[in-house]
Design a protein around this ligand. Structure first.
Ligand code: ACO
Length: 324
């Protein structure tokens, strides 16, 4: 087998939509001041979906996975690999991938989580592609799923307005036709401090800080520079030109990052898939959510070249070029 190919996509968002105005009202009750105007002008975000307290990452993931399996014409029994990207797992262990496997009714497939924060889906997709090319799997479920609302400090207006909950998934199958044509992953662990949740659980207690902390301007600068380079390198590895790319799906953190990137890559905004306005930043779920939306509304068609990009805590980043 020469390639792996995406044969189905799916996604799921929790029912509750919180607009910027809703959020501003809720935060005002806690003495935190923000506004729709500030959030839209700095980030492009208009609303986000928030999961209720009884919903776990695996619940969102299972629904996205079922939608992806249905669109691929596969059942859970066909899977021999399940990789789930998340930074908000159900438990310390077992992996959320194992929870999803049980809920889907698959037994025996390899199942594990990937932790690369907002680059998680691109890391997971690249890992699954490598398994398939090596002959170690034939049909993989790759999921990005998060409940970031659980790790936000609602007193910190510089971060709590930026994120939402959701899940996206793809089914990846061994194929003689392309397929995933190129993938590159990177990390620089020396940049841990610009974006982190620097806490953990030990001796029955939370140690350190359990909330997301971010140096927004440092993240912004780092994100645009690594995404541009990674896009150029990965498209070249695929033997393509930037102008061959039909759709650009970067991690949906911020509309300003997306616009800046599209300009730097010389592409028009028409090629950019944008969901950050509707979903906010859903971390590992953002790329598969955007991919599924653009496949289902008919923008992405069979044969199109799609460039997917992740960037986030670690610092981590990466890109995948896929022919749909
Ligand atoms: N509402 C109102 N005012 C706010 C809010 C808010 N929600 N948040 C911050 N402010 C205020 C600040 O207190 C500050 O006020 P001051 O000047 O009186 O001190 C002012 O707005 C400017 O704050 P900055 O942090 O300098 O604002 P900046 O223009 O840098 O925008 C932002 C912040 C949107 C976070 C920006 O830095 C950014 O987009 N960074 C990229 C980070 C990102 O997208 N991260 C997502 C996670 S990372 C990832 O997924 C890769």
């Amino acid at each position: 087998v020469q390639y792996s190919r995406i044969i189905g996509t799916g996604s799921y968002l929790p029912d509750e939509i919180v607009t910027n105005n809703d959020l501003a009202q809720r935060l005002a009750k806690k003495g935190v001041e923000t506004s729709d105007e500030w959030i839209v002008s700095r980030t492009g975000i208009k609303q986000r979906h928030i999961a209720d307290d009884s919903t776990k990452t695996s619940d969102l993931a299972v629904k996205a996975a079922q939608n992806a399996l249905a669109s691929a014409g596969k059942t859970a029994a066909d899977l021999d690999l399940i990789i789930l990207a998340t930074s908000t797992p159900d438990f310390v262990f077992p992996s959320t991938a194992c929870m999803v496997q049980a809920k889907l009714g698959n037994r025996g497939a390899a199942a594990f989580d990937v932790q690369a924060v907002c680059s998680g889906f691109v890391y997971a997709l690249t890992t699954a592609d490598s398994f398939i090319k090596a002959g170690r799997a034939r049909c993989a479920l790759v999921i990005g799923a998060e409940v970031f609302s659980r790790i936000l400090d609602w007193q910190d207006r510089g971060t709590c307005v930026l994120f939402g909950d959701g899940a996206g998934a793809v089914v990846l199958q061994a194929s003689d036709e392309p397929g995933i044509q190129a993938a590159q992953l990177h990390a620089d662990g020396s940049l841990t401090n610009i974006l982190c949740v620097p806490g953990s659980v030990a001796h029955g207690q939370v140690t350190g800080d359990p909330f997301l902390r971010m140096d927004g301007q440092a993240v912004f600068k780092q994100a645009v520079s690594v995404l541009e380079q990674s896009a150029r390198d990965t498209v070249a590895e695929a033997g393509l030109e930037l102008s061959d790319i039909d759709w650009l799906i970067p991690h949906q953190a911020n509309l300003r990052i997306l616009t800046f990137l599209a300009k730097k890559l010389g592409g028009s905004m028409d090629k950019l898939v944008v969901t950050v306005d509707q979903h906010a930043n859903t971390s590992a779920a953002s790329v598969p959510l955007a991919l599924d939306q653009a496949c289902r509304d008919g923008r992405i068609k069979s044969g199109h070249e799609v460039l997917m990009q992740g960037v986030g805590g670690g610092f981590t980043w990466g890109s995948v070029v896929a022919r749909m």
